[in-house]
Design a protein around this ligand. Structure first.
Ligand code: PLP
Length: 383
């Protein structure tokens, strides 16, 4: 057992194609934001069906720029889910606005539309739903609430590339959608992200705000079109993606649909292998939707023979990594203290946060890895 390789949670699948393509970019005349980034933007527009795409350095940057482009700032409130990664709410805080956290549904783990509606005040400017684990939120319900109250919808789709809602890909539906190409996500550029939108004026604001507030980017100044002056029209941010990263992304995107099939197959296999254990498995996706199968999550029932943390420690001893998505925001000290949050306000997120564990789940896993993960979980949770 000791000489079995450690199964690293979220290790990305990087093939010869990625390596060769990145080397070609490194050997080219330009490695900064340039033609490869433009290709990735075009490819993401084709993939999602969105009219406009803007590559950025992370999904956190994508969320921050989306809020700013939407005009969100001090005095405004933005409603999001308690059951998410801190970046979703941090990016609201960074604009000066107030994040209003609401509970998730216990089964889908997605934001509860009824809780969203109940949290709306005259200061509310936007709703930021998160497609948890890759399961599309009920974007019709959220969209209807937004229209009724004149709010923007900014989707945090960090988990949801490849997900769709009744024939429409996530990224083509709401005002703004933010994707992550972080290392553990379904496709990676090392670090990176993308904003998609159908609204040209928002796309243009995001482009300018994401690169110092400059009216023209470096590639358009230094390329074979000759030098051109730029104007600074806003004190913007440094949130651009490099051509090195975009090259990796272009290769990853080519594999995405094939990887999605492998994720589906592994999901079914895990579900069968764990069906008789004292765990709650995720429900199937709603009819007409495609789940991006980003995270495979087990919820330990009260009759499980060990706690979530001892399961994770046991897996670690078997040289298997695992993760928690998430201990909800209301238990994170800054949010808890700043907004005086209590566990009772978030019964579902709190319940999930105490018993959830994410297993290694990626097309990189080989047959031997999968067998070790299944037998490790069964050994630790079998009674
Ligand atoms: C990963 C993640 C982010 C942040 O993505 P980065 O690209 O690392 O900035 C935001 N929201 C959710 C839900 C995430 O999982």
């Amino acid at each position: 057992m000791d000489n079995e390789p450690y199964i690293v949670f979220g290790s990305p699948l990087i093939g010869r194609g990625e390596i060769d393509a990145v080397v070609r970019t490194l050997e080219s005349a330009w490695i900064g934001t340039g033609p490869r980034v433009q290709e990735l933007q075009t490819a993401m527009a084709a993939y999602t069906g969105a009219a406009h795409t803007q590559a950025v350095s992370s999904c956190t940057a994508a969320l921050h720029l989306s809020m700013l482009a939407a005009g969100i700032g001090p005095g405004d409130e933005v409603i999001t889910t308690d059951m998410t990664f801190c970046a979703t709410a941090n990016s609201i805080v960074h604009t000066g606005a107030t994040p209003v956290l609401v509970d998730c549904q216990r089964d889908t783990m997605n934001i509860d539309p009824a809780a969203v509606e109940a949290a709306i005040t005259p200061r509310t400017k936007a709703i930021v739903p998160v497609h948890f684990a890759g399961r599309p939120v009920d974007i019709e319900a959220i969209g209807a609430i937004a229209r009724k109250h004149g709010l923007l919808v900014i989707e945090d789709a960090a988990h949801a590339i490849a997900a769709s809602w009744h024939g429409r890909k996530i990224g083509s539906i709401s005002d703004l959608t933010c994707f992550s190409f972080y290392v553990t996500k379904n496709m990676t550029t090392g670090e990176g992200g993308m904003v998609t939108t159908n609204r040209p004026e928002l796309a243009e604001k995001i482009r300018v705000l994401g690169l110092h507030g400059m009216s023209a980017d470096a590639w358009s100044r230094f390329s074979d079109k000759g030098y051109r002056h730029y104007d600074v029209i806003y004190p913007g941010f440094k949130y651009n993606l490099t051509d090195i990263a975009a090259t990796l992304g272009l290769e990853q995107l080519r594999h995405l649909d094939e990887w999605q099939q492998r994720r589906e197959a592994l999901w079914q296999r895990y579900d069968q292998a764990f069906a008789d254990l004292p765990v709650v498995l995720a429900p199937p996706p709603a009819p007409g939707t495609v789940h991006a199968r980003h995270l495979y999550v087990l919820l330990l029932r009260d009759d499980a023979p060990c706690s979530r943390d001892s399961l994770m420690a046991g897996l670690h001893e078997l040289r298997i990594g695992s993760a928690v998505h998430y201990r909800p925001l209301h238990v994170q000290p800054w949010y808890r203290e700043r907004f005086k949050l209590r566990d009772e306000q978030f019964p579902n997120a709190h319940w999930i946060g105490e018993r959830t564990v994410s297993l290694p789940f990626s097309p990189k896993l080989g047959e031997r890895d999968i067998e070790r993960i299944i037998s490790g979980v069964r050994q630790l949770l079998g009674s």
